[in-house]
Write a protein that binds this ligand. Structure first.
Ligand code: ATP
Ligand code: MG
Length: 364
């Protein structure tokens, strides 16, 4: 146990995937999947979790399952190397969550900083759905059901992984070594930990409508970059500009590579020089935005084209997901068997228990 190296991560089908997902997790997953360093990779579409704050909009979740699957394939996730599945099709996950609920206190859930922010964003105030409030527990079930060792995610997921680790430690302490403690794998580029939205808000998020989607057309990408938030005090080209909190520069930090200068902006040797010029004054937003546009188009075009190919055979994608669900379900059922045994609720496959009880009642 615990020897295999297993990746698990997922996304909520609340919209198409955007460049925040890409730099925060998706790009890394594809690298890890292809690295040959892992024994198994599980990638899932978290539809049950999406329903915790979209309970009145099941059609939205249903529509976006296929969108997310298409984005996965477009980015290079490969069903021959990774198991891609849909969360709600694995009922074992609910059962695990139910048992884990005994291991977490209400006050511990209330302290989760990501959930706190999300509750505010959704204006739940005093009417927080119990399912939403407890989703960190269900996420611990998702991770542990597959004995994941490595979870590649953005920074907002840190409290979730910590919660999962606590549940594992508590479970193993009470019931004996059964579950595997997962490690978070954050992007190593600081700009990718939490990519801001095109409006300059702290996080690009499907729910905030400030996204550049992986499937946006070339025109849409150009338009979105043109109207992106920069430094509001940088009014004339000659004014000194600010880099910090300037979304265009944050995106350059996330996407720009040295060779992009040769190709699209040969007047500058590197990003440091470009930033220095902007800070001194004399460099206009439009020029920087054009450079970013060229870089983004180069990155997104192959993804967009691959997506178009996959869109031609939608039934094949559902078939792929169905196979993924079968594989995932078998794995989760194995873990659940071990959990039931550890928790002493495996009455019928325990011959010793039956023998012991019959002795006891015979007074032997
Ligand atoms: P929602 O608003 O419905 O929560 P979301 O855009 O936050 O959607 P999720 O499905 O919750 O997307 O997150 C999927 C993965 O993408 C997680 O690993 C998360 O950390 C990562 N991620 C999401 N947004 C960003 C971002 N702006 N920057 C970096 N990583 C991100
Ligand atoms: Mg989210």
């Amino acid at each position: 146990m615990g020897k295999e190296k297993i990746i698990l991560t997922g996304d909520r089908p609340t919209g198409r995937l955007h460049i925040g997902h890409y730099v925060g997790s998706l790009r890394r997953r594809v690298e890890l999947q292809n690295s040959g360093l892992f024994d198994k990779t599980f990638i899932f579409i978290a539809d049950a979790q999406a329903l915790t704050d979209n309970m009145d909009n099941p059609e939205k979740v249903r529509q976006n399952v296929i969108e997310v699957a298409l984005d996965y394939l477009a980015c290079g996730l490969d069903p021959t190397k990774s198991t891609i599945f849909i969360q709600s099709q694995i009922p074992e996950l609910c059962e695990l969550s139910f048992y884990y609920m005994n291991l977490v206190t209400v006050s511990r859930l209330q302290r989760n900083p990501t959930v706190k922010t999300e509750i505010q964003m959704r204006n739940f105030e005093t009417s927080i759905p119990v399912g939403f409030f407890t989703y960190p527990i269900s996420q611990a079930a998702d991770i542990t059901a597959f004995k994941a060792t490595t979870v590649p995610v953005g920074e907002d997921q840190e409290p979730m992984i910590e919660q999962a680790r606590e549940i594992v430690r508590r479970f193993n302490h009470i019931y004996g070594e059964t579950l595997v403690e997962p490690e978070i794998l954050l992007p190593d580029n600081a700009a990718c930990l939490r990519l801001p939205g095109t409006d300059g808000k702290a996080k690009m998020s499907k729910s905030l409508g400030n996204c550049i989607y992986l499937s946006d057309t070339a025109d849409e990408v150009t338009k979105k970059i043109k109207s992106m938030y920069t430094d509001p005090n940088h009014l004339r080209v000659d004014d000194p500009g600010q880099i910090e909190g300037n979304t265009v520069f944050t995106y350059l930090d996330a996407f720009c590579r040295p060779e992009h200068f040769e190709r699209y902006l040969p007047d500058y040797p590197n990003l440091a020089e470009l930033k220095a010029h902007y800070q001194r004054g004399g460099l206009g937003d439009m020029k920087v935005k054009k450079f970013l546009t060229a870089i983004m188009q180069e990155e997104l075009e192959p993804i967009r084209n691959r997506r178009k190919e996959f869109e031609k055979d939608i039934p094949a994608i559902y078939e792929m997901l169905k196979k993924g669900c079968d594989v995932a379900r078998a794995q989760a059922a194995n873990t659940l068997d071990e959990v039931r045994r550890a928790m002493k609720i495996n009455y019928f496959d325990d011959a010793e228990l039956i023998a012991e009880q019959s002795k006891k009642f015979k007074g032997e």
